[in-house]
Design a protein around this ligand. Structure first.
Ligand code: NDP
Ligand code: MG
Length: 396
């Protein structure tokens, strides 16, 4: 029996993970679940999966969750706060941790899982983008296993049978380049001049994937692909020059690896996150995910085009941050989180998102990512600079 903790159980990835686990009760047991504020949803999950522990964001949320659970006769232990998240990620009974909190808030518990030597199923790309080598070192030094959930990275992992998700550089395995596919999001063909008028709901209406709101906006700006380029760098040891982005609107090919002999390996499937989740949960075995088999005759056409960096300036900013190294990706990530939230709150327009990020990267000096504390300090400075810039723009 494998005992699983899901960090971010109430989110899009969390719900898909529980869907896969529910299909295999003889193999998996839910040890702990977490949410931030959606207490009613978490209570319903606890009623169904009976975890030993559940963690929420605040004392009030914990009181409310306890009341809901006891009313239903569920005796799950309720806790709150970051330390409790780290505790459910590192408890001795736990075999695997699904890291599916959105944003920098997921860094501490995801790192705790790595430090405790767990099987870490990584959806929370922001944690790896921020901490980079420090996170990979924590995985190595503690015998943890890092398996990518992000569909592109899971695809690459499947197309590199001789490489581990961390370890050998792709060049050593005969890899010429890694090709990350991208749908291009909802605004791929929209007139750039009209992008300032798009609403949060339009930005979150992704053509092929159903996801949380933050990553949906990231997909519309293509910052999501930018973060994934940095994620691929750390997971597979590939330099920026070896990573290419290719727009593929159907989202059927989830990514590809080109080898020096001219071979290209690709992983295909319907766009449903339960496939990479099931792959990583059962790795190296295969289990049923509930996803329908791909029908290529039905898909009929697969299209590809190169990304236009002027349409998607966030993608260029991410490549620049990767090349700059050190804490530059942490600055990029923090500025992006603040800008996306401001866009979702209708404080800034869509085309201001990249301007906030560029401003932060230009004005906050980056340094060496020498410790998690140094990274967190850069995260704090970047957020302050982003908030100040947005407030200044609003006042102007
Ligand atoms: P959602 O917004 O749907 O869910 C986020 C989860 O994190 C929720 O459980 C939420 O709790 C919790 N959460 C939010 N803020 C905090 C916080 N400050 N502290 C602790 N927990 C918090 O996101 P997704 O499921 O879409 O994405 C999760 C991660 O997976 C992201 O990093 C994303 O980039 C990545 N990912 C997602 C994909 C997808 O298809 N959705 C694909 C590839 C990667 P509550 O519900 O209470 O707010
Ligand atoms: Mg992805």
């Amino acid at each position: 029996m494998q005992y699983i903790t899901i960090l971010g159980a109430t989110g899009s990835i969390g719900v898909s993970t529980l869907d896969v686990l529910a299909r295999h009760p003889e193999q998996y047991s839910v040890y702990a679940l977490s949410a931030h504020s959606r207490v009613a949803e978490l209570a319903a999950q606890c009623l169904q999966f009976r975890p030993q522990r559940a963690v929420v964001g605040t004392a009030d949320a914990a009181l409310e969750l306890t009341r809901l659970l006891r009313g239903q006769g569920v005796d799950t232990q309720v806790e709150y706060g970051v330390e409790a998240l780290c505790a459910i990620a590192s408890a001795p009974q736990v075999t695997g941790v699904m890291a599916a909190i959105v944003g920098a808030a997921g860094l501490a518990p995801t790192l705790a899982a790595a430090r405790a030597g767990k099987k870490v199923l990584l959806a929370n790309k922001e944690a790896l983008v921020m901490s980079g080598q420090l996170f990979i070192d924590a995985v190595h030094d503690n015998g943890a296993v890092l398996l990518p959930i992000d569909s592109e990275h899971n695809a690459i992992f499947q197309c590199m049978p001789h490489a581990h998700a961390h370890g050998r550089a792709p060049g050593a395995a005969g890899v010429a380049k890694i090709v990350l596919t991208a749908s291009g999001g909802p605004f791929l063909t929209r007139d750039v001049e009209t992008l300032d008028t798009v609403t949060p709901d339009q930005a979150c209406k992704h053509p092929t994937w159903a996801m949380g709101r933050k990553i949906s906006v990231d997909s519309a700006t293509m910052m999501n692909k930018g973060l994934e380029v940095i994620e691929a760098h750390w997971l597979f040891g590939a330099p920026a020059e070896q990573i290419e982005v290719l727009i593929h609107p159907q989202s059927v090919i989830h990514s590809m690896v080109s080898y020096i002999d001219g071979s290209v390996l690709a992983q295909l499937g319907n766009p449903d996150m339960r496939t990479p989740i099931a792959h990583a949960l059962a790795y190296p075995q295969r289990i049923n995910s509930g996803v329908a088999q791909l029908d290529l005759a039905q898909v009929a056409t697969l299209q590809f085009e190169r990304p236009d960096f002027r349409r998607f300036p966030c993608l260029a900013l991410a490549f620049d941050a990767l090349r700059a190294g050190g804490t530059a990706p942490a600055l990029l990530n923090a500025a992006n989180e603040v800008a996306v939230q401001a866009f979702l709150d209708e404080q800034i327009g869509f085309r201001q998102i990249d301007r906030v990020i560029a401003h932060v990267i230009e004005t906050v000096p980056h340094g060496a990512a020498s410790s998690i504390e140094a990274v967190m300090e850069q995260d704090r400075l970047a957020r302050a600079a982003a908030h100040a810039y947005i407030a200044h723009r609003l006042a102007a």
